[in-house]
Design a protein around this ligand. Structure first.
Ligand code: SAM
Length: 254
C-alpha cells in the first residue's frame, strides 16, 4: 500500500491560476455550484463569485448561505422561474453598465432543469457576452458512476407529475436506444418506478443515483423488475434526490 498523502489546498500553486485568468466586465457568467457537497465548488467559480458585482440566483437565502461558507458577502438578486423575463431585462441593463453578473441556481448547472435559459437568451439577444463556468451536474455525475456502456444519452429531465401524462411521455421513449436520464422529485420516486414498469421491459437495467455527494449517497443498479422492491426496502429512499437512468432499447435487427 502506498503512503497516504494530504493536500494543503491554500498552499497549492494552482490556486493563483484561477485569479490570473481574465474575467471580462460586461459579461454574464453562468456558474455551476455544488449538488450537495459544498466543497465540490470549483476554484474558478469561487474567484468569479468573489469578483462579481451581483449574483442572480433562484433563492437569495440559499445562495447567500453558500457564499457565506466561502467568506463572501455579495449583493444577490432573485432570478427564479416566475420572474426570469423581467429579471433578464435588469441583468442586460447591468451588463450594459459594465458589470460582471454571476448566474447560479440552487444546485448544479443553471438552465439544466433549472431557471437560467431565458436570461442567457436575453443576454445573447442583446449581443452581450456569456461565459459558462463548468461544474457539478446531477445527470453527468450519475452517468459517470452507472457503468451503463453507451456513448449516447437522452436527457429527459422531470417527467410530468400526472400518471397519464407521465406514461405517455415514457411510451414515446420506449424505442429510444440512448440511455435515458430522468430527474425525479423526492416524493415521486415510487410513481416514477411504477410508470417505468408500465411501459418498459422488466429486463432493462435501471440505475438510481440518490443523494449524490451527500451523506447518504447511493448508486444502485438493478433490472427494472427489482426496482420497486429496492425503493420500498428502505423508507428513506422515498426521500432524497434522485437521478434515474434507464438502459436504452436494444432493437432487433432483421
Ligand atoms: N441544475 C441541476 C443539475 O445541474 O443537475 C438540476 C436541478 S433540478 C431542479 C433538481 C433535480 O436534480 C433533483 O430533483 C434530482 O433529480 C437532481 N439532483 C440534484 N441534486 C442531486 C443529488 N445530490 N443527487 C441526486 N440527484 C440530484
Amino acid at each position: 500500500m502506498t503512503e497516504q498523502q494530504t493536500i494543503d489546498i491554500a498552499r497549492l500553486p494552482v490556486m493563483g491560476e484561477a485569479a490570473q485568468q481574465s474575467y471580462p466586465t460586461a459579461t454574464l457568467y453562468v456558474v455551476a455550484t455544488p449538488i450537495g457537497n459544498v466543497t465540490d465548488i470549483t476554484l474558478r467559480a469561487l474567484h468569479l463569485l468573489a469578483l462579481a458585482d451581483v449574483v442572480a440566483c433562484e433563492d437569495t437565502r440559499k445562495t447567500g448561505a453558500l457564499l457565506q461558507r466561502f467568506g463572501l458577502s455579495k449583493q444577490t438578486i432573485a432570478a427564479h422561474m416566475h420572474n426570469e423575463r423581467e429579471v433578464a431585462d435588469k441583468i442586460v441593463e447591468r451588463l450594459r453598465g459594465g458589470q460582471r453578473v454571476a448566474l447560479v441556481s440552487d444546485a448544479g448547472t443553471p438552465a439544466v432543469s433549472d431557471p437560467g435559459a431565458r436570461i442567457v437568451d436575453a443576454v445573447r439577444e442583446a449581443g452581450l457576452n456569456v461565459v459558462p463556468l463548468p461544474g457539478p451536474s446531477a445527470a453527468i455525475t450519475a452517468l459517470s458512476a452507472s457503468g451503463l456502456v453507451n456513448d449516447r444519452f437522452h436527457f429527459v429531465g422531470f417527467l410530468p407529475a400526472k400518471t397519464k401524462q407521465r406514461e405517455a411521455a415514457l411510451s414515446a421513449l420506449v424505442r429510444e436506444t440512448s440511455t435515458l436520464v430522468l430527474y425525479e422529485a423526492p416524493h415521486r420516486i415510487v410513481e416514477c418506478v411504477e410508470g417505468l414498469l408500465a411501459v418498459f421491459e422488466p429486463t432493462r437495467q435501471v440505475v438510481f443515483a440518490r443523494e449524490l455527494s451527500k451523506l447518504f449517497e447511493e448508486v444502485h443498479r438493478c433490472p427494472l423488475s427489482e426496482a420497486l422492491g429496492w425503493v420500498k426496502a428502505d423508507q428513506h429512499r422515498e426521500r432524497g434526490e434522485f437521478v434515474v437512468l434507464v438502459e436504452g432499447a436494444v432493437l432487433a435487427t432483421d
